[in-house]
Design a protein around this ligand. Sequence first.
Ligand code: HEM
Length: 534
Amino acid sequence: MVLNDLKELQPAHYALGVVIVGLLLRALFFTRGTITRHGQPIKKPPNTLPLVGNGIQFLQSRWKLFHWFAKCERQFGYETVQLTVPTLPPGVLIQDPRNLEYVFKNEGVFTKGTFVKGRSWDLFGNGIINADGELWKVQRKAGLSFLNTANLRVLTDVALPQYLFESVDDLRSHAGGEDVVDLQHVFHEITTKLMGKMAYNMEMHADDEFSTSFDYASGGTAERFQNPLWQVTEIFFGSKLRKSIKIVKDFGQRIVSKAVRDKADGTCNSSKVKEVLSQESGDKLDQISGSLIQSLLDAIGNEEMVADAALTYLSAGRDTTGQALTWTFYLLMRNPEATAKVRQEVQHCLSEQQEAEEMERPNPTLFNPISTPYTMAVFYEALRLFPPIPFEIRQCTQDATLPDGTFLPKDSVLVWCLWAMQRSKITWGENADDFRPERFLSEDGSKAISRSTSEFPVFNGGPRTCLGKKMAEAIAVQVIATMAWLFDFAPLDDRERVSKSSLTMPMEGGLPVVVKARSMGAEIKAGTAAKTVN
Ligand code: HEM
């Protein structure tokens, strides 16, 4: 991204050089606390260089950085190692689930801090992902009240099937020919519509100006975590980032203004959610929307803060889930035996409960984490290998000592890389690199079982556990089961897919595939046979 903006660089070379050297000198003479374990210095990871420490690793592409974190994990196992980057506070990479459990339990000590907030402030401001203390609590409470059981049911029983089948119909129109479809765009469209309509009462699409600007802003914000000199480089290369953030922020303001108007008109009322569930006809979605934004408005008076909060929720729910589905289908296409098992599970649900003809247009609400445990396990396994939030950072508000004895002075930064931890052979066994959904199934295969949050922190843990975990799981099983049942997807090539710079895990270049609608003849016969036997 920065390189793309090189064109903007004109007379600035000299000034940039002076500032960089100045910052490096400042870093060298800057006195810091020392990280120790039982009074001894802790180990440094591979490729640590004099003066620049691990700075060069952080400037590489994120994909290379993930692999470097994984290399550290393979070399040091659960041992905490030191991270040194000029100009940044002292840091560690934690890899031991016991340490992570301690971090989750001591939320007040290990906060987002100025390190995280300073970098993501422009985009998220006071939004929940950035907030600590009371500001965090009030947003969490509002979110919890929105994501209650009734809302979740509306989401899964009404909204999702509608948007899912809009995408199914679109895919059918491309099936069978030479058309290339970007599956990432398909899933992003579903989650964008869902979060936009349900949470904000807005018609949103994956290629809206807001969505593309957010995408860019997320990439630029993520680069700030890898580039210690971002404040300097952005002076010269940051105009597109600034423009994107402005578009995103203006959109946020519009959402809030609309919600305030809706509130004044009385067109938004969260109790309507329940009414809607009992209605037989009409556009149910038109009557349930606005709940989240209304909860936020009720909880936080300040409109600017509500705008930040709303945007944060939108991004937390939309991108993570859409991208997780993309990686899931990437893995399913590479593992046809797993796709076959998902289809068997769908067949079982349909043959027990549906008329044979309905196999062509299955009711997605039949698929849930209980009725389709294997599909759920496929999703968990994809989240393990390609975590939508691939690394996390916290900062110590006071001196702290981790369970393994590592002493962290106040302001130290802690990093855990989910990409690496979720590939640890110590935690996951020798086949940690393989796609094996069975690891998330009970022995008899009848239940999907997750792991402790410290071993499998994909939805975070402790008081800041993801608020949308259940929603994401419900969306995932419906989408995976329905799409895998109705279509054969073939990748355009066998290239390994990588993630582009972002706060989450978008696939670089999307996931181009060729689509074929599956012939239901054999399945209908098998389903009818199963019904007759029963
Ligand atoms: C596969 C999908 C998802 C994954 C992997 C995921 C993962 C995470 C993770 C790791 C965090 C902690 C982030 C941090 O504090 O740095 C988080 C927080 C959060 N997630 Fe999710 N998420 C997913 C879907 C959703 C959905 C659908 C929603 C719906 C609204 C959502 C709402 C939130 C919120 C509000 C937070 C902030 C919680 C807090 O700070 O108290 N997420 N999520």
